[in-house]
Design a protein around this ligand. Structure first.
Ligand code: NAD
Length: 419
């Protein structure tokens, strides 16, 4: 698949183009931003436990580095492709610019279902992939982090392999590491926490409060969905449905979230949870709830199901869960969407904190991390809210406009105009 082929890339670019046109941006800048700076495709051979060798496809794409080194997760998922990785790298450029980080946009991934591999196979896969992309990553070049199907352990293997290649420990090459090897307090929960901050900021603007009357459905109960559920549950909200790749569970009176977290953390699927009412992932997206958090994969709300989505507030925990047509349909119905590059930016913000702490070898307490996270997200949320008003556009467009304003300024100062 070529760079521009996937519907996800086309969708992300068309949203960017439309924001650029609204703010009457020089089309030359848009042309430059359509193309990633660099895209590396690698083959990752792994000897499986049964003795056979299987070769996996891997990618690392660096979209734009005007503001600093590349930053972006590594995804292990069967749908990974060059085009999807390029789209995600592009979103990272705009996310980092939006929240004011000195970082550019990158993304990586391997086309694999991690559930099919043993721990030893996953380790071998991660180590070989790291070796193959090692020439373009590093603390000053491009700093990976976890994404779908990867976690702190994956990052620890990546750091170890990169350190072996260099002959000394290089903790700054990745973020999302376990605390014991230079991770930041609060990083694991940061994306979900940021989603909940944004929900509260939106409710404040609407003169509402999250409480026991607030109903929530969460699509995807992983590193983003789980902490978001935890924090909303702690605030008293009723989480009526959650899901994973195996399906969804539902309780109109609210699920016992601590119990669900324990179940999923012991690597069990929700479809096997006893005593729960099971519904499909598709049904979850259409539940009549106050807040829907799509926190699994991209493209789950499209023009086909958007007319049936009833949630009043949609907080995009995942990257690109709503297509631009779905955004238009839901906005027309009066729904409010907190866009991905704002809503899920908590992860990259605390990744940035982790990188800074690692470079300084000086580590902050959890309160400091969460306070700084809150303040950066509040500033970005307010800027986007204001731009939505100034340009009379939805929050998605306003978020792209806010990012483009910063990027255009930086590109101008660095003399990086195309042509
Ligand atoms: P994860 O692997 O920890 O969790 C993903 C969840 O989605 C799991 O519950 C999985 O079972 C479920 N899922 C996977 N495929 C599915 C499908 N086809 N249908 C329904 N559910 C499915 O991943 P994550 O890190 O939580 O990432 C989720 C989303 O959030 C991704 O879009 C990712 O890019 C985005 N994101 C993650 C972070 C982060 O810090 N982890 C930061 C920003 C954005």
């Amino acid at each position: 698949m070529s760079l521009f082929e996937s519907p996800f890339f086309q969708d992300a670019y068309s949203q960017l183009e439309s924001a650029g046109n609204t703010m009457k941006m020089d089309p030359n800048v848009l042309e430059r931003l359509k193309y990633p700076k660099r895209a590396l495709q690698v083959s990752v051979p792994v000897r499986l436990d049964d003795g056979t060798v299987k070769v996996f496809e891997g990618y690392r794409v660096q979209h734009n580095m005007t503001l600093g080194p590349g930053k972006g997760g590594i995804r292990f998922h069967p749908h990974v492709s060059l085009s999807e990785t390029a789209a995600l790298a592009m979103l990272m450029t705009f996310k980092c610019a939006l929240v004011g980080l000195p970082l550019g946009g990158a993304k990586g991934g391997i086309k694999v279902d991690p559930n099919d591999l043993s721990r030893a196979e996953l380790q071998a896969l991660t180590r070989r992939y790291t070796t193959e992309i090692s020439m373009i990553i590093g603390p000053d070049k491009d700093i990976p982090a976890p994404d779908i199907g990867t976690d702190g352990q994956t990052m620890a293997w990546l750091m170890d392999t990169f350190s072996q290649l260099n002959g000394y420990a290089v903790p700054g090459v990745v973020t999302g590491k376990p605390i014991a090897i230079g991770g930041s307090l609060g990083r694991a929960e940061s994306t979900g926490k940021g989603v909940v901050f944004c929900i509260n900021f939106a409710y404040e603007k609407l003169n509402k409060t999250v409480g026991s009357n607030t109903t929530v459905a969460i699509h995807g109960f992983g590193k983003v969905g789980m902490p978001a559920a935890h924090d909303l549950h702690a605030q008293g909200a009723k989480i009526v449905a959650i899901s994973d790749v195996s399906g969804a569970i539902y309780n109109k009176n609210g699920l016992n979230i601590p119990q669900c977290i324990e179940w999923v953390k012991s690597r069990k699927f929700l479809r096997d949870m006893p005593g729960a009412e099971h519904i499909s992932n598709e049904e979850l997206l259409e539940l009549d709830v106050d807040i829907l958090i799509p926190a699994a994969i991209d493209g789950v709300v499209t023009k086909d199901n958007a007319p049936r989505v009833k949630a009043r507030l949609i907080a995009e925990g995942a990257n690109g869960p709503l297509t631009h047509e779905a955004v238009d349909i839901i906005t027309e119905k009066g729904g409010l969407i907190i866009p991905d590059i704002l809503c899920n930016a908590g992860g990259v913000i605390v990744s940035y904190f982790e990188w800074v702490q690692g470079l300084q070898m000086f580590f902050w307490d959890l309160e400091t991390v969460n306070k700084k996270l809150h303040d950066i997200m509040k500033l970005a949320f307010d800027k986007v809210w204001k731009n939505a008003d100034v340009y009379k556009v939805n929050m998605k467009q306003a978020a792209f406009i806010t990012s483009l304003q910063r990027l255009e300024g930086a590109m101008r100062l660095r003399g990086m105009w195309p042509g």
